[in-house]
Design a protein around this ligand. Sequence first.
Ligand code: AHM
Ligand code: MG
Length: 334
Amino acid sequence: MIKKNTTLGEFIIENQSSFQYSSGELSKLINAIRLAAKVVNHEVNKAGLIDIIGNAGDINIQGEDQQKLDVLANDKFIQTLKNREIVCGIASEEEDDFISINSSDNKNQNKYIVLIDPLDGSSNIDVNVSVGTIFSIYRRVTPLGTTVTLEDFLQPGREQIAAGYIVYGTSTMLVYTTGDGVNGFTLNPALGTFYLSHPNMEFPESGMIYSINEGNYVHFPQGVKDYIKYCQKEEGDRPYTSRYIGSLVSDFHRNMIKGGIYLYPKSSVAAEGKLRLLYECNPMAFIAEQAKGKASDGFRAILDIKPTELHQRIPFFCGSRKMVEKAEEFMQGK
Ligand code: AHM
Ligand code: MG
């Protein structure tokens, strides 16, 4: 039973017992992400003042270097997680390699690793368009008490314990799943509190929106070209509406609420597409499946793919189940 005015903090405590491995650690971890999200939100909100308070590389009034927002977001998330000593490893889209965290207090007994894309769609910041943070949580596969290895990070998305995103939009929202449905929380900026605003979020089975960078049309595989033509054809409930923000979190969020499909296919200039399997596609795919949607590379479920490297890219088709299935039919030449 969802109570009105439930805060994210209350929700985490109330739902702790439903976690597959309940120990309070995952709750603490999600709480740390909530805290970092608020800090990053505060910085993102000031982005428009950059000409007044200084550009990246400048020295600010306190004599500190101004950082680019994506670097700053990366630092805030990593620092918050490190300081609380609740994870044993972090991998970030902004870092070349994973970070192992050896906890002196409890002899490396922390079992979770976190993967993050600290500020996705950051090219949108300069023009005041929504950006987001994406996170993903796994249990380590190597033994407790040891230092994490690459193997801990290269798990198929199916193994995720939790995943979520923060969209810094007209309102700031944190949306996440622990494998038991998807819930969305909206930040009241005056109080600094996230409230449950979107309980049990689900993709409509089908929708009327397709989101793809059509400027790359000439480079797309034939299946994608044919699917775009299908979306544009006057037949049944088509033509569909084209909506592309160029910010995965925002495009995904809109499509989950309204019904739609997001596509970032491979192309003749980007053999594996653009999006990263570990930091972008896996967490969004987990949320999509939990919200009764679907995510695929055109041929197989994203969550079933065994990653081979940290920064691996993968084609991404994600959204309302029937729309993704239709796009797959075109990709597979059916
Ligand atoms: P980023 O991680 O460098 O921000 O890139 C990911 C972003 C997605 O949010 C967005 O959907 C996509 O890149 C847009 O790419 P493009 O400009 O090629 O359409
Ligand atoms: Mg990104």
